[in-house]
Design a binder for this molecule. Structure first.
Ligand SMILES: [Zn+2]
Length: 76
């Protein structure tokens, strides 16, 4: 899996893992995204949690650039 273009999706319930293409809303430093898969989704609000390479839960404001990373997505 190429972490530049893909992120690891992991279901915290059944532990199923799959690679997914990154989207604009993904944190650039995130390597793993934990979210309920379609099988475990019971209709409740599903929390999405991002983790970086160190396994740390990423909680920063998604609209702000990562520290020291510069601005990767300048407005058009
Ligand atoms: Zn699942």
């Amino acid at each position: 899996m190429n972490l530049e273009t893909h992120i690891l999706l992991r279901c915290p319930y059944c532990k199923r893992e799959m690679a997914a293409e990154r989207t604009d809303t993904d944190y650039p430093e995130a390597v793993r995204l934990e979210v309920r898969c379609d099988k475990c989704d019971d209709g409740d609000f599903a929390e999405t949690m991002y983790y970086d390479a160190a396994g740390k839960h990423i909680t920063r404001d998604p609209s702000l650039p990562a520290n020291g990373q510069g601005n990767r997505s300048e407005p058009a």
